[in-house]
Write a protein that binds this ligand. Sequence first.
Ligand code: 9MR
Length: 547
Amino acid sequence: QQENKGLTILVNQLGFKPNSEKRAFISDSEERNFKIINNSNQEIVFKGEISSPKYWEPSGTNVGIADFSSIQKPGKYSIVVGNSSKTITIDNSVYEALGTKSLEAFYLARASEPVLEKYAGIYARPLGHPDNIVFIHASAATDKRPEGTTIFSPRGWYDAGDYNKYIVNSGITVHTLLQLYELFPEYCKTLKLKIPENSNQVPDLLDETLVNLRWMLTMQDPNDGGVYHKLTSKYFCGMVMPEDDKLERFVVMKSTAATLDFAAVMAKANRIFFKMDPNFANSCLVASKNAWNWAQKNPNVLYVQPKDISTGEYGDNKIEDEKYWAAIELYLSTKNADYLNDLPTNLKITTPTWSQVESLGAFSLIASTDKVPDSKIKDKIELVKQNLLKTADQLCQANQVSPFRISMNSFSWGSNSDLANQSLLLLHAYKISGDKKYLKTAEDCLHYILGSNPLNMCFVTSFGENSPKHIHDRRSSADKIETPIPGLLVGGPTTAARSDCGESNYKSNFPALSYLDMECSYSTNEIAINWNAPLAFLVNAINTINQ
Ligand code: 9MR
């Protein structure tokens, strides 16, 4: 095993807001002191002691903390430890650019329309995947839609480094973006994105989300309400631009998970768009109810990858949580309490992922408490709130004892997004309680993602001084532009599939160091919509919350 040797200053490479807690993490150092110098006049503005180093098992790092939270004056500074130093920015605007770029990344991932230079600059590209001829796969065939017939299913976002479109993953992504709007509507209305719809009356964030919602609507079979699990080629295409991928595309198998995720998202969209576009909102609710009814009749159709299909699975064999999520969203949109009949009184709140979604329902429920007429249901919401705060408290406790001040010790596929999703839960806890410990813990997740981690990486493309250059993304690979598409969060360290680049390329066995900035590393260096959405949520939330 190889460790990170030598003194390194690990710090959020974008900087800090003036009132935020500010820490640098000093790894493998004998030095006990640090100082902060104001770059404009070279004056020492702070001298401090580094806390005694603690060992962090996931990375094998000994790390101490240099805390300079007391410096609040905006400016450029240097932290100096022994002979090493690093620049630090303190400013209220440190997250502004990333806030918009992390959302504009969705525009760059749009299928079925050209990405225009006016908005995308050098990342402009011709239309890819019109998806006007999409075949019904054998696994999805019915009498009314037999195998080999075609449907129209354009638009939406490419899932990740590949060009397929998956309902389950779209579901959580859209929900996260709609939730950002729901929690911070005034701020979101001021977010100006470089997208073609940016001069209409609809907030740009919602315009972007509509692109994927409209695609999702086409994934429902109008004959029975069931929703296809994914729209995909049979296998992953090569590392080519979207317009050069000519593989046939299929809709594959209806699944209960996809249908319930769809029902949940459409019910939520109904509320968000109710005033802006009543017709659209109404069609969302109709689609949601039809999907729910299909799932009632087909409660346990688990996705099974057909033999001739090898693209992403998003398979899930536990779908109670999808049911709770859909039930809650449908209740909130209809106020018909029957939807909540099967909801456990003690809904467990865990960090959301594409396969674990009951907390998304909980977030919606909590955000709508004042619109719930029924006092019994208000009591239920109270319990959900308490459970959420309990989970958030556990995250805070784990953060306090962690040498890197994060509440995560295991590194699954997409570990960076797990961290971002933890912060979402924490931000909801902050919104409910007003207790700043939740806000600070959420912000710690962001610091880690943006540089205060043992790899010394800012895990977002084109941000910070050390960010991923060779991401697993077909567009970034084939576009002949040296820099990758900006504003994309990579999955991050995991030991899940180190064979992708050959085991020997991974230099360390420590889970938090199992990361490779190589294109072949689809397990650690890919990008994905469900990872960018919680990043966008976190960055924009921290950007707008006055501390
Ligand atoms: O994010 C998914 C992760 O949780 C799974 O462990 C992994 C393997 O099944 O797949 C990830 O999702 C990929 C999807 O299947 C296809 N598009 C790229 C996604 C990100 O790697």
